[in-house]
Design a protein around this ligand. Structure first.
Ligand code: FAD
Length: 384
């Protein structure tokens, strides 16, 4: 029996391990942490968004600048396959109004439990507390509580994740010893720093909604949250790539009214109302009024519908939902094998792609894990 090492027990590594085991390869997963898939479990805390139910072209377009190799991989293992995979693990899924797909249980733990059980049934061995620390000749150097060792499997899949939420395992340390061209990591789907004046304190935790966010030619209607540190939440994440590239962010705080309708509301006699009450009666929530004051805006309809939102750059990368950058696709063949190291395949967030939240991240990890695992199995099984 051929042997495979999969390094990293996140969704990408587990998917690669399954494909290898199904092809008759003896698989050991090495995981640095003491338990598998910690980030995947964390993702389930706020509702595990597995994929996006949308036509394939739109789905693939959500991965900006994806090279042809990645587009083909996503086409091979798209949203329908992701849903089927979850259902095969006994997890019913539902599609929310925005097309986001979740397991009915919402959490990741039942799905992970079923998946680990299935891998166990396929004979996959999970070795936790074991860290890959580099290559040694044609072998793989590892360290665990029992010391250092060099392993020489027939084939390897690297699935070590990106470089955010290091405490869950994805510390990005591998970039220093992977010995292949990498694009520097950048935060993706992250919050931004704002140095609020004291009067904003009362709005910490308040959602700004509905709001339209415009940045770098990208426009989205959604919501975001004011926090002590700045702004965060789905609306901000959706334009975070453009914000990271220094395009100014503009907000329409009253997206459901046009300028004329809003002007009509604002022009109603104020009577004895304070300005704040007058604005509230026009439909602006306290947090929106606070934001307008914070940026020194006036209260005309034009200003309310086109408010610049200054910030001081991204929050630290470790807080980001995901990262851009990682192993360059130039370092890989179409089957995600390292050109410089035949027999070593790569998958998941450690590859240089980025995508918004909305299920695209886990889908991208499953799709690349599927391709890397299948190709690794072919490579191992067809070699003497
Ligand atoms: C708060 C939060 C919520 C999220 N919600 C969603 C969501 O709802 N939908 C979605 O699509 N995505 C979501 N994501 C993103 C998603 O969880 C990740 O994109 C995905 O887990 C990445 O999978 P991966 O297998 O590539 O890497 P990871 O899940 O990071 O797994 C990599 C594994 O490799 C191990 N490892 C690293 N280095 C080594 C080494 N040297 N030796 C051995 N093991 C190593 C790590 O310990 C880790 O277990 C969320 C992320 C966060 C932080």
């Amino acid at each position: 029996m051929k042997t495979a090492l999969v390094i990293g027990a996140g969704p990408a590594g587990l998917m690669a391990a399954e494909e290898l085991a199904r092809a008759g390869v003896s698989v050991t997963i090495l995981e640095a942490k003491t338990s598998p898939a910690r980030k995947f479990l964390m993702a389930g805390k706020s509702g595990l968004n597995l994929t996006k139910d949308e036509p394939l072209a739109g789905f693939i377009a959500a991965f900006p600048d994806a090279p042809k190799e990645l587009r083909d991989i996503l086409a091979d293992f798209g949203p329908e396959k992701v849903k089927q995979w979850a259902q095969d693990l006994g997890q019913e899924v539902f599609t929310g109004s925005s097309g986001r797909v979740f397991p009915t249980a919402m959490k990741a733990s039942p799905l992970l439990r079923a998946w680990m059980g299935r891998l166990d049934g396929l004979g996959v061995v999970l070795r936790t507390g074991t860290r890959w620390i580099g290559f040694e000749g044609s072998g793989v150097s590892i360290v665990s509580a029992t010391g250092k060792d060099v392993l020489t499997p027939d084939v390897v899949v690297l699935a070590c994740g990106g470089a955010s939420w290091a405490r869950l395992g994805a510390d990005g340390a591998w970039i220093d010893f992977v010995e292949a061209p990498c694009v520097p990591f950048k935060p993706a789907n992250m919050g931004f720093v704002c140095d609020w004046s004291p009067h904003m304190q009362r709005h910490f935790g308040a959602p700004v909604k509905p709001v339209v966010l415009r940045c770098g030619g990208h426009e989205i209607k959604g919501e975001f949250v004011i926090s002590a540190r700045g702004v965060e939440g789905s609306g901000i994440y959706a334009v975070s790539r453009q914000m990271r590239e220094n395009h100014p962010l503009m907000l329409d705080l009253m997206p459901d009214l046009n300028v004329a309708a809003l002007t009509a509301r604002l022009s109603k006699p104020r009577g004895k109302n304070s300005l704040t009450n007058h604005l509230r009666k026009a439909g602006l929530s306290p947090v929106k009024i606070g934001l307008l004051r914070e940026v020194g805006s006036d209260f005309t309809a034009q200003a309310i519908k086109n408010m610049p939102m200054p910030h001081n750059g991204p929050r630290p990368m470790d807080e980001a939902i995901s990262v851009a950058g990682g192993l360059s696709f130039d370092a890989l063949d179409a089957d995600l094998m390292l050109q410089s190291r035949p027999g070593v395949f790569c998958a998941g967030e450690m590859l240089d792609w980025e995508a918004p939240t909305g299920g695209y991240l886990i889908s991208g990890c499953l799709a690349t894990g599927h391709r890397a695992g299948r190709a690794a199995a072919n490579w191992a099984n067809n070699r003497d």
